[in-house]
Design a protein around this ligand. Structure first.
Ligand code: SAM
Length: 282
């Protein structure tokens, strides 16, 4: 059934974007919405409590984060159905974008609650549009897995995508991630967008090789990595288990591990260092 959000009698859940570091990006509509609701559900009540205090707004807060997403979503939906107006905010940017909120949205929809989003900042889009690598199409990946072997596999699956790639990363993992990107994706153009909208905002543009050589001590704060899409070189679609099995088969046939890896690299056209890494990590 079709229904206009603001003309419907159905309850409405407000997904409210939060600044990613600059309070001047709070819109009048955000303030109006937060004043209007009876309850603010949020990722971290301390973070959102401070944010509301800066706006001079005081509201009851309830926490919905990754570890209690199911139970908290149930409680919040029950409150909305009982007539409470609820806004949901994550700590920064949009809810649901590498942040909790998706379960709440799905559960609300199942319970015939309408959803609206109050526009605001998002780190991925700021980084993309200013990177110089924004094309017609882009692919948002968010965080790669922290485990090295899984991260390498994830990157291999992305290697043939022609869209510009967008990643979120934490400073303590940036160097390993840039090395992995250079190894798997090759020497593409890329951009690190750091501390967006804040005083120390910085865009570092260069090749993945250049970016991977930057002293990680100088890459602090929050950051997004934008990487140019594939330029058409097709990488074979084989998973890590199959690659490792190929190496094992050759070792069983009497080849040294080094020669087996070299042979698999030649036949699959997969980077030798990559095969070495996954073979020895597993
Ligand atoms: N929901 C958020 C959004 O819409 O952008 C993303 C939240 S995610 C948990 C946090 C990650 O977003 C950070 O690790 C970083 O990669 C990126 N991020 C958030 N704020 C940023 C900023 N001011 N500058 C650069 N990256 C930022």
């Amino acid at each position: 059934m079709r229904e206009l959000n603001f003309e419907s009698k159905k309850p409405l859940l407000y997904l409210v974007a939060t600044p990613i570091g600059n309070m001047q990006e709070v819109s009048p509509r955000t303030i109006e919405t937060l004043k209007e609701v009876g309850l603010v559900a949020c990722e971290d009540t301390r973070v959102t409590g401070k944010f509301l205090a800066m706006l001079g707004i005081s509201k009851p807060l309830v926490s919905l984060r990754e570890h209690n997403e199911v139970s908290a979503s149930n409680e919040i939906v029950a409150k909305i159905l009982n007539g409470t107006k609820v806004a949901y905010m994550s700590d920064a940017g949009y809810p649901c974008i590498s942040d909790p909120g998706s379960r709440l949205v799905k559960l609300a929809l199942q319970n015939d609650i309408n959803i609206t989003a109050i526009s605001g900042p998002n780190a991925a889009l700021n980084a993309l549009v200013a990177s110089g690598l924004c094309e017609d199409h882009f692919y948002f990946h968010g965080f790669l897995d922290a485990k090295e072997s899984v991260k390498l596999e994830e990157l291999r699956k992305l290697a043939n995508r022609e869209e510009t790639l967008i990643f979120y990363e934490a400073p303590h993992r940036i160097q390993k991630t840039l090395n992995a990107m250079f190894t798997i994706l090759g020497n593409r153009k890329a951009c690190i967008a750091r501390e967006l909208t804040k005083k120390h905002e910085e865009y570092i543009r260069g090749s993945l090789e250049e970016l991977s050589q930057i002293d990680p001590e100088t890459l602090k704060g929050e950051m997004v990595i934008i990487v140019e899409g594939s330029l058409g070189e097709i990488k074979p679609d084989i998973n890590n288990d199959e690659i490792i099995q190929m190496v094992k088969n050759l070792v069983n046939m009497g080849l040294t591990t080094k020669d087996a890896i070299k042979k698999v690299a030649e036949t699959t056209n997969i980077n030798k260092n990559y095969i070495y890494k996954i073979y020895h990590v597993n």
